[in-house]
Design a protein around this ligand. Structure first.
Ligand SMILES: NC(=O)c1ccc[n+]([C@@H]2O[C@H](COP(=O)([O-])OP(=O)(O)OC[C@H]3O[C@@H](n4cnc5c(N)ncnc54)[C@H](OP(=O)(O)O)[C@@H]3O)[C@@H](O)[C@H]2O)c1
Length: 175
């Protein structure tokens, strides 16, 4: 299974502005275009429950695209689940990947947040990272990865300047 992590941060490494969960108030339209093109190209998207809650307004369920939300309490969300489109699971990453491989999936787009990213990275399950850097500083907020002590090496594959103000899109291979 090829796993691609996609995250967006400020120059000071913040993925949210303080406690504000809505990232669409500060992301550039160019990054949004990049993110939604990845969503379009992937039919298996995995996220943490908090990211799901934060993204609810922009999530559009569709046939042929499965979103899996990791939570310790999947039963709590059973009414919201839509077969083949929105699932809630408490499987660990390895178990989830095995099950998805069994169903024929070949790639996962991992869209955060920090806690879930940490779970996958800790088990060496992530192959590449798309990281957008917006030219902003928030001082306080979430990080890309939280809750794990890691020592990962990455190889920069590509850098693209997305707009005039200098939003950067970096693509890394995770070794
Ligand atoms: N800038 C960006 O690119 C970006 C991307 C994504 C998210 N975000 C922001 O990041 C914030 C969310 O990040 P976060 O780190 O707080 O949360 P998160 O990683 O999205 O979700 C954490 C939740 O995942 C569930 N979880 C954790 N470990 C688990 C395990 N072992 N098994 C099953 N479920 C598990 C738990 O849900 P339960 O509590 O339900 O058990 C936990 O509360 C949001 O504000 C969002 O807007 C930013």
């Amino acid at each position: 299974m090829k796993i691609t992590m996609v995250m967006l941060m400020t120059v000071d490494g913040k993925t949210t502005r303080g406690e504000n969960k809505n990232i669409y108030t500060w992301t550039s339209s160019e990054d949004q275009k990049h993110f939604f093109s990845l969503i379009k190209k992937n039919n298996l998207i995995v996220m943490g429950r908090k990211t799901f809650e934060a993204s609810r307004p922009v999530i559009r369920l569709e046939k042929g695209k499965l979103r899996i939300v990791l939570t310790h309490h999947p039963k709590k969300y059973s009414k919201e689940s839509v077969t083949g489109q929105l699932e809630f699971s408490n499987e660990n990453p390895e178990k989830l990947i095995k099950r998805m491989e069994g169903l024929g999936y070949k790639k996962i787009l991992l869209v955060g947040g920090a806690t879930i990213n940490g779970l996958f990275l800790k088990e060496n399950l992530v192959d590449e990272l798309y990281l957008t850097i917006e030219p902003k500083i928030f001082g306080s907020g979430k990080n890309i990865i939280e809750g794990q002590l890691l020592d990962k090496f990455l190889q920069l594959i590509n850098v693209k300047k997305l707009n005039k103000k200098g939003t950067l899109l970096l693509r890394y291979k995770i070794i």
